[in-house]
Design a protein around this ligand. Structure first.
Ligand code: IPE
Ligand code: IPE
Ligand code: MG
Length: 251
């Protein structure tokens, strides 16, 4: 991975993940329904993706729908599914033209067959792209992710493909979603909430966290730059000690 904890330069995060929160409050402040907020929120994604690309960010992962969001009122869930479907139908070709590969992570079996098809098609359209990655986490939960990795490992043991002793952190990591991508450098949550809400748990072990009060439909390029700037001021040590930070002398 590019960023060493001791670097004095200002690296751009290779992988940014965002919990896109605050659509409901954005709408409520305008006397509108949550649906209006979700529609405005989706509109943010296109610009944000190109802003990330122009700043050299290689991967953008967006939390679009959590495994707990099924608890929302049925009408809201339906609207979110419709928006997701039309986003995939509308944006996949544009992404291909810009060289961005799309991936959807999460359970798929609870989506309608029509939405599942749209996901497969959108991924297929952008499959060969190499200029960047957009990952959409939908019906995703960090606990689900770890559990599905454990299940795959257990299956491999049962099938005789691996020994029990071979199960270590690297083995789990290899079955966790996003394992093939650069690790998440910067995790942003909009709307002022300061929690993970069952988003990437394993992958965020050493992510820098950035919380902003900005509501998701207001999250623009300047909000992105604010987060990147904060990231660049962090001292990432990964549990080590930076050379020449003065304390090593007394060690
Ligand atoms: C985030 O916005 C979008 C989803 C969870 C799908 P919210 O709908 O959670 O917005 P708030 O938190 O109610 O403002
Ligand atoms: C997290 O936001 C999920 C997404 C942004 C997709 P929520 O609004 O669902 O999270 P809580 O309920 O505030 O923890
Ligand atoms: Mg919310």
């Amino acid at each position: 991975m590019g960023n060493s904890g001791t670097s004095l330069s200002s690296p751009v995060p290779r992988h940014i993940a965002i919990i896109m929160d605050g659509n409901g409050r954005w709408a409520a402040r305008r006397g509108l329904s949550p649906s209006a907020g979700h529609k405005a929120g989706v509109e943010r994604i296109r610009d944000l993706l190109s802003a990330c690309r122009s700043r050299g960010v290689e991967v953008l992962t967006l939390f679009a729908f959590s495994s707990e969001n099924w608890q929302r009122p049925p009408k809201e869930v339906e609207l979110l599914m419709t928006l997701f479907h039309s986003y995939l139908r509308k944006e996949a070709r544009r992404m291909r033209d810009e060289g961005v590969r799309l991936r959807v992570v999460g359970r798929r079996d609870r989506f309608s067959p029509r939405l599942q098809r749209a996901i497969v098609e959108a991924e297929e359209i952008t499959r060969g792209c190499t200029q960047g990655d957009l990952v959409i986490a939908a019906d995703y939960g960090g606990r689900w992710d770890i559990a599905q990795a454990a299940k795959q490992l257990a299956e491999e043991v049962v099938n005789g493909q691996r020994s029990l002793d071979s199960i270590d952190e690297d083995a789990v990591e290899s079955h966790i979603q996003l394992a093939d991508l650069p690790s998440v450098d910067l995790l942003i949550r909009s709307s002022g909430e300061q929690r993970i809400s069952n988003f990437i748990l394993w992958q965020a072990a050493y992510s820098e966290l950035f919380f902003t009060d900005t509501l998701w439909p207001d999250f623009d390029e300047s909000a992105l730059d604010e987060a990147i700037k904060a990231f660049q001021q962090r001292d990432r040590r990964f549990g080590g000690r930076a050379e020449g930070d003065g304390t090593a002398v007394q060690a």
